[in-house]
Design a protein around this ligand. Structure first.
Ligand SMILES: Cc1ncc(C[n+]2csc(CCOP(=O)(O)OP(=O)(O)O)c2C)c(N)n1
Length: 356
């Protein structure tokens, strides 16, 4: 029986492998050897530390705004790790983990949030689309790109990330429908972090799971513990194998929790009580991986300290490099919309110039 059959969302089952105490669920195997597990733990820690730095850069006025990943590292690192050269990531706006995992330099990612459009350009050969702020728009792009690749006979997968809130957008349903009909090689990764700004998951949809929405579109969906790196990887591997072999799309719902604010412009204390956050703390994706690695003598406090120092240095350098890039000309914001500026854009540009 395939994983997707066994974990058909209508059976009410959620794929879990690595338990919060760091042990494997009975009968389950780790999908990775210890060396790679450690490397991915390091990547998750890098992401968390970089995320914390982004928050503090915003608080110091050195960033415009920022949408923190805090808590969702396993969803992104476990899934992006499984992509191959030539595959594409279509992110929303919270995807620092997947973006860095794909090989985009941290400096580039920082530039985007510093307001420099050069931050939207991944280096040649690293296929990460720019941040997509309009909620739910990027699944359509991912399906279109996968369909184009299919028509060209290329075995390319597109992996798109979005939140639980995005599943209420028409775009999401159009993308799912199109992907099902044309059997595109798309992995839809919903990070169900329980909230769309202040709207809780229970007010988002009457479906019991988000994963089950795939069934209506004629393909498989699976719900996984999104704080469990191993479960995310096993589900993504099956989805990727299926997509690559022409079997079409898959919807993965990673059940997780956003520990931080929606963005730096949000105050979650207005809609979320501490009692709600507490039960999620022991489920933290980094904590359980640490416990797992500790049992194997691969993690200890001194190891964590050494790693942290090493990674903080890398982050310091990236911040320095990003801040050394000249601030873009405000006129640039008018330049990339049309080949030739429309009269109203010209008018707005003149107005902006008069105020500078
Ligand atoms: C089309 C559109 N509507 C509204 C917004 C404002 N907005 C930004 S993020 C967000 C919530 C998104 O929630 P979800 O999809 O669950 O992702 P999360 O932020 O939790 O990662 C909203 C409503 C937007 N950016 N785009």
């Amino acid at each position: 029986m395939s994983l997707m059959e066994e974990y058909n969302p209508l059976k009410g089952k959620r794929l879990e492998i690595l338990q919060p105490d760091g042990t494997l669920k009975q009968g389950m195997k780790a999908p990775l050897d210890d060396k790679v597990t450690f490397t991915l733990y390091r990547q998750m820690l890098f992401t968390r530390l970089a995320d914390q730095r982004c928050l503090s850069l915003q608080r110091q006025g050195r960033f415009g705004t920022y949408a923190p990943i805090w808590g969702q590292e396993a969803c992104q690192i476990g899934s992006a790790y499984l992509l191959q050269k030539g595959d594409w990531v279509h992110p929303a706006f919270r995807e620092i983990g997947a973006t860095l995992m794909m090989g985009v330099p941290l400096k580039t990612y920082l530039l985007y949030w510093m307001g420099n459009e050069m931050g939207s350009r991944a280096p040649e050969g690293i296929n990460v689309m720019p941040v997509s702020v309009p909620v739910g728009s990027q699944p359509l792009h991912a399906v279109g790109a996968a369909w184009a690749a299919k028509l060209k006979g290329e075995k390319v997968i597109t992996l798109t990330y979005f939140g639980d809130g995005a599943t209420s957008e028409g775009d999401f349903h159009e993308a799912m429908n199109f992907a099902g009909v044309f059997k595109t090689a798309t992995i839809f990764f919903c990070q169900n972090n329980q909230y769309a700004i202040s709207v809780p998951r229970r007010l988002q949809t009457a479906s019991e799971t988000i994963a089950q929405k795939a069934i209506a579109y004629g393909f498989d969906g699976v719900q996984v513990d999104g704080n469990d790196l191993f479960a995310v990887m096993v589900a993504t591997k099956e989805a990727a194998d299926r997509a690559r072999s022409g079997g079409g799309p898959t919807l993965i719902e990673g059940v997780t929790f956003r520990f931080g604010p929606h963005t730096t412009a949000d105050d979650p204390t207005k809609y979320r009580k501490d009692e709600e956050i507490e039960p999620w703390k022991p489920l933290d994706p980094l904590v359980r991986l640490r416990l797992y690695l500790k049992q194997k003598d691969l993690w200890s406090e001194p190891v964590e300290q050494r790693l942290t120092e090493e990674l903080q240095k890398e982050i310091d350098q990236s911040v320095k490099d990003a801040e050394a890039v000249p601030v873009p000309d405000p006129e640039d914001i008018f330049k990339y919309v049309f080949a030739e500026m429309t009269p109203s854009l010209k008018e707005q540009l003149e107005y902006l110039k008069s105020t500078l």
